[in-house]
Ligand binder design. Structure first.
Ligand SMILES: [Zn+2]
Length: 446
């Protein structure tokens, strides 16, 4: 009996060994890759904030731990290349997707989700919440983004949100708290939206990380240079002993019906390729009573969104129209490329309705980092009272962030909340806003 089981066991071990080696090409975890060292589950109740540049209540990363985040996508080619680089190293990231982009490229954001990455949101059209006339407009930007990305993914997404330009407002923070949506700032801003060589981008990200020792890295999956730099950044992370932490949500985001409906209308209102003929001439009821509103329009795909935009171009900000050639597929092994001559890309795919302003997707996503040392120096940031938590810490880090796989981090004692009480929230936000404006001026001279 025992011998028979032993033999069978041996046989099955042999079989499974065969199957592993057969699919080793894409199976994760995989030897020799960077991999995910720890997966954390975040309880977004009350809208906690993360990323020490703005929200200091929950510092859940250990030394050498890195979280990868990508904003503003999905985008044809660049997001796909980012996905490939992540898959090649068996790592998982978080994508803060723009509603319009997700509706524009639903098949790409679905790939992101299917690959096991976490999908959060980054507003509907990347408008700076604080610049809108009323918070109702801000709320609509947030909620339409959530509903649109949710619709495009066609399944649950995370209640994770990142403010465009990283600039929040007290109203928006309070609102997200009520909606149980967590806010994410950053620890390490790659500043990859600025034209630069791939080589420069790699070096500056690694230098910032080496200085800080750990952190949530902010990148953008809409930029070619980022997609080209990523494989090398991952290789260097591996060589230097950094570990990837994957953030997941304890529960998915709950969309609001009102905004789901608005997004349905938005998706249906878009021009459809090849839809010159009215529906009644394409689909005809031949038996039974014809419905008043034919249900044939209830496709899961947003109608009219290009599946493969013929002209994926990057536009110069003032209609320069120079770099209008389609982006080529990226090589999987990036090499330092010649400096991009391309002006800031626009985020909105062709076929979408009038979108955000020209500056929408490439204003500095980290509006306050440019002229402030706080983000790169842990000591300085701990001492700074001007950047006290935007929302009061409600719970301990351990109760908000839970390791669900990998080794549990030994968390440092929660930071003393003293600084917070000295700086009223309004002051905090005002000063953040002011610094953001200063940085904005630096980039755009507004
Ligand atoms: Zn952004």
């Amino acid at each position: 009996m025992g011998m028979r089981w032993f033999v069978w066991g041996f046989f099955f071990a042999f079989l499974s060994g065969l199957s592993v080696s057969a699919s080793a090409e894409d199976a994760c975890p995989r030897n020799g890759t960077l991999g995910v060292s720890r997966t954390v589950e975040i309880d977004t109740t009350g809208g906690p904030g993360f990323g020490m540049e703005h929200y200091k209540a929950y510092d859940f990363l250990q030394d050498k731990e890195v979280v990868l985040t990508f904003d503003d996508g999905p985008q044809k080619y660049s997001t796909e290349a980012v996905l490939k680089a992540l898959a090649d190293e068996c790592v998982k990231a978080t994508f803060f997707s723009i509603g319009k982009m997700a509706l524009g490229y639903p098949e790409i954001i679905r790939e992101v989700s299917k690959a096991g990455h976490t999908v959060g949101t980054h507003t509907w059209s990347h408008k700076a919440i604080g610049k809108l006339k009323t918070f109702d407009d801000g709320k609509a930007e947030i909620e339409r983004g959530v509903s649109a990305v949710h619709r495009a993914v066609g399944g649950p997404i995370a209640p994770f949100f990142r403010f465009p330009t990283l600039v929040d407002t007290p109203e928006a923070v309070a609102y997200l708290g009520k909606r149980n949506i967590a806010m994410f700032s950053t620890d390490i801003d790659s500043v990859d939206y600025k034209p630069q060589t791939v080589d420069h981008l790699i070096k500056s990200v690694m230098a910032k990380l080496d200085k800080r020792g750990k952190g949530i890295i902010l990148m953008h999956d809409i930029h070619k240079r980022t997609a080209q730099a990523l494989p090398i950044i991952l290789a260097q992370l591996k060589a230097k002993g950094y570990k990837i932490v994957h953030m997941t949500a304890k529960a998915p985001v709950v969309t609001l019906a009102e905004f789901d409906e608005a997004i349905e209308k938005e998706a249906k209102g878009l021009p459809q390729v090849g839809a010159e003929r009215p529906m009644s001439s394409v689909v005809k009821t031949v038996g039974g009573a014809a419905p008043k509103d034919d249900g044939a329009g209830d496709a899961t795909e947003p109608e009219g969104m290009p599946t493969a935009p013929a002209e994926e171009s990057v536009h110069a900000p003032d209609g320069g129209g120079s770099a209008s050639a389609p982006l080529p597929a990226f090589p999987s092994a990036a090499s330092p490329a010649k400096k991009s001559t391309v002006a800031p890309e626009t985020a909105v795919p062709p076929g979408t309705t009038p979108g955000p302003g020209k500056q929408s997707s490439n204003e500095p996503s980290s509006a306050v980092s440019g002229n402030s040392g706080i983000a790169t120096s842990p000591a300085a940031s701990a001492a700074s009272s001007a950047t006290a938590p935007a929302s009061p810490p409600l719970m301990t880090t351990a109760s908000v962030v839970r390791t669900v796989s990998g080794e549990e981090a030994k968390l440092a004692a929660p930071a003393a909340p003293a600084a917070k009480s000295e700086a009223p929230q309004e002051t905090t936000h005002k000063s953040l806003m002011e610094r953001a404006k200063e940085t904005w001026k630096l980039w755009f001279g507004e």
